[in-house]
Design a protein around this ligand. Structure first.
Ligand SMILES: Nc1ncnc2c1ncn2[C@@H]1O[C@H](COP(=O)(O)OP(=O)(O)O)[C@@H](O)[C@H]1O
Ligand SMILES: [Mg+2]
Length: 201
């Protein structure tokens, strides 16, 4: 089972993945948690490049670097873990590419979709949680944070990213949208209820 978490920085993805992992492990499941980009030696190198504030990265180069990192993660961790019957929880997956590089940067959607297929090796999440918050809430939650290259892309960029997520949520049946302004425990309970439904299907 493959479950992904989406939403802008500060929306609560990492927080909810930790809680869900704890819950699932307590209930006897084998769980693997990942973050994108990263999770393998190669992908962590690519992550460092992608988030480096000093680098200028063209839009298409950015897209291909994300997909290169993703392909390595899917091949070396996601697919083997799914084969072993583990539940894989990923902090971001290709919906982030659609939202950030597609809607945010404005790369043609056909290119985005084709590259998502290549980068994911055709692997599709069973369920995707979208934690929906406003940009200002995310910034308030992470005031002390040193912003990386992606996060320094500006307010209009983030408006487009959020619009992109909203469109995905409308069009993809695997998306579960949760109001990320609710408290951590309330969100966790909603997540658990949906995951239990999926497990019992
Ligand atoms: N529902 C919530 N309400 C208030 N604060 C939250 C909530 N979820 C997470 N936080 C806090 O907001 C910050 C960002 O959360 P995090 O889980 O790291 O988000 P993300 O991984 O999406 O960037 C953290 O300090 C976290 O403790
Ligand atoms: Mg996080």
């Amino acid at each position: 089972m493959f479950i992904t978490f989406e939403g802008i920085d500060g929306s609560g993805k990492s927080t909810q993945i930790l809680l869900l992992r704890e819950y699932l492990v307590k209930n006897g499941h084998k769980v693997v948690t990942l973050r994108e980009p990263g999770g393998t030696e190669l992908s962590e190198y690519i992550r460092a490049v992608l988030l480096n504030k000093k680098l200028e990265v063209s839009d298409i180069s950015e897209l291909l670097l994300f997909q290169a990192a993703r392909a390595d993660l899917v091949k070396t961790i996601v697919l083997p873990s799914l084969d072993q019957g583990r539940i894989v929880l990923s902090d971001r997956f290709f919906d982030s590419t659609t939202a950030y590089q597609g809607y945010g940067r404005g790369i043609d959607m056909e290119i985005i979709e084709k590259s998502n297929q290549i980068g994911s090796l055709g692997v599709l999440p069973d369920m995707t949680f979208y934690l929906n918050i406003e940009r200002s809430v995310g910034i308030d939650r992470d005031k002390e944070k040193d912003r990386d290259r992606m996060e320094l892309s500006g307010d209009e960029f983030y408006d487009r990213v959020i619009h992109g997520y909203d469109e995905l949520a409308k069009n993809e049946s695997r998306f579960i949208t949760i109001d990320g302004n609710q408290d951590v425990k309330t969100i966790h309970a909603l997540v658990v209820a949906e995951v239990e439904k999926l497990i019992n299907k």
